[in-house]
Design a protein around this ligand. Structure first.
Ligand code: 5GP
Length: 111
């Protein structure tokens, strides 16, 4: 079954622009278009998973990988306090069905 392409597929594949602050072979990090804190980033895996609700034993490493990327990014940028959030499913406030980790901080990201 072909996966439904979300807005984050299009950002990942550079079909629509986003304010990308970090990218490597596993992850893309970009600014949330409607920030709810001075720093509000979204981390998406390059490998598509729709939601935490869809994680399987084969993809269980992906949420942990996103957390480690968030930790490393925050450390490198000197962000020493932040919140990490996964919204899970429509009832959990998830609007975009492409797994993403919110990183929010009252500290402003430089640049
Ligand atoms: P969710 O509620 O699914 O956990 O979060 C989705 C987030 O994606 C929201 O905070 C929303 O502001 C953000 N968002 C939705 N569309 C776009 C977009 O086209 N570009 C960017 N950068 N963020 C988006």
């Amino acid at each position: 079954m072909a996966e439904e392409r979300t807005i984050f597929h299009k950002i990942r594949d550079k079909e629509i622009p986003a304010a990308v602050v970090y990218e490597d072979e596993d992850v893309l990090v970009f600014k949330d278009i409607h920030p709810k804190a001075p720093t509000h980033l979204l981390l998406i895996p390059k490998h598509f998973v729709a939601s935490i609700a869809d994680v399987t034993p084969e993809t269980a490493h992906i949420p942990g990988m996103l957390i480690l990327k968030a930790q490393k990014f925050a450390k490198e940028k000197g962000i020493d306090g932040y919140k990490l959030t996964f919204h899970v499913g429509k009832g959990g406030g998830q609007e975009v069905m492409y797994l993403h980790l919110h990183l929010l901080s009252d500290m402003k990201l430089e640049g």
